[in-house]
Design a protein around this ligand. Sequence first.
Ligand code: SF4
Ligand code: SF4
Length: 392
Amino acid sequence: MKAEKFLGNFGRSESLWMYACARCGECVDVCPVYEETADEYTAPGFKIKKMRGLVGRKLGLPFSGGISEQGIKKIVKGLYECTLCGRCWSVCPYNYDLVSLWETARESAFETGFGLDSHVEMINAVKAENNIFNRPHARRKDWTKGLDVPVKEKADTVYFVGCLMSYRGQLKPAAKAMATIMNAAGENWTTLENEVCCGVPLKFSGGTKDLEELMEINISAIESIGARKIVFSCPGCLRMFRQEYSKALGKKVRMVHGIELIDSYIQSGRIKLKDKLAERMTYHDPCELSRLAGVIEEPRRIFNSVTSGFVELPGNKFNVVCCGGGGLYKAVDLDKSLGIAGKRIGQAEEINAAGLMTACPSCYMTLSQTARSKKSNVKVNDFAEVVAQQIE
Ligand code: SF4
Ligand code: SF4
C-alpha cells in the first residue's frame, strides 16, 4: 500500500525532531497561507503533528497513529498549499529547517504517487523543451532580439536567465535591462548558448528524478566557458545553484543575484546614475532573496540611490510576508495565491507608494497580475528596469 511508504525518505533525526517540536504554534501565527485559507491542514504546526504520527509508527514510538490513504491525501494537499516562504522557520524557537522539511515531504509525496497532476505536466514540459512552459527550446533566447547580448566561448561572468525571464513577455524588458546594465559596467559576460531550466520547479514539486540530468547540461556549459561568476535575475535559480550546483562547480565560482551585482557597480562607480527621482517607491523583498539568501541591504542602497522617495513596506527584510506566488502555490490554488498578493498590494497603497519594486520574476508576475485585477494605481516594477532607466 503506497500510504505505508509515505515519508519513507525521512531519516531518524528528522523524525525525532518532529517529536521535539514544542507545539508552541509560533509558526502557525505567521503563515500567510494559513491566514488566507483558515484550513488547519495548511498550518505548519498541524502538518507536523500529522506527520509525526506517521513517522512515529515506523520508529515504534508511543502515541503514534495509523492513517488512511484519504488522510494522507489531506496532509499532502496541505504540503502543496504552501509557498515555501520560510516564515515558519524564521520564528521557530528550535530554528528547525522547516523549508527542507516541506521539500523532503513533497519529494516523498511525489515518489509514492501522491504528487499533483499539474506538476507532472510541468515536469514533462521540462523534459520535452527544457522549460516549464512547454515552449520551444529554440525560442529561449528570443528576449535578446534587438539587443547587444554577447555569446562568447570564454567569459568571466555568465548571466543565467531562467525560464520565467526567458519566456514571459512581461519580463523580457527586465532581462534586457540586466543586459544593458552589465554592458554599461563593461562586464565581460555571456549567456549560455544552451541554457536549460535550473531544476528548482522540479525540486519544489518533489519530482526530482530527472534533476541531475538537467543540472549536468548547465554545469558542463558553464565549465566550458570558464566563468568565475554567475549572475541571476531569479532568486529561485540562485538558491538552486547555491544548494545543488556548488559542489560540482567548486568554490571559485561565485553565485550572485543581479541586485548584488548592480549594488557593487554603483558602490565602485562602474555605473553612474542620474539625479535621484522624487517618486515614492517601495520594495517587496522576495522571500528567497531576503529571508532565505540574506540579500537585504543591497536593494535598499540601490533604491536610495535611485529615488529620494524610498519608503519601506510593512513586513519587510528578514520578516517579509510572501507575495503568495512561491513554492508553485499558484498552480495549486490561484485564487488564494492572488488573495495573499492582494494584501501586499493593499499595503503598498496604504503607504501611498506609486511604484512597488521587486527582484524576482515570480513575485513580479504575481503582484502585477493582482495590481491589474484590483485596478490599483501601484505600478509593479523590476529593479533592473528602474536602474537601467537611471543610468547616465
Ligand atoms: S513555508 Fe511559508 S507558506 Fe509554507 S508553511 Fe511555512 S510559513 Fe506557511
Ligand atoms: S514554531 Fe517550531 S516548535 Fe513551535 S510549533 Fe512550529 S515547528 Fe513546532
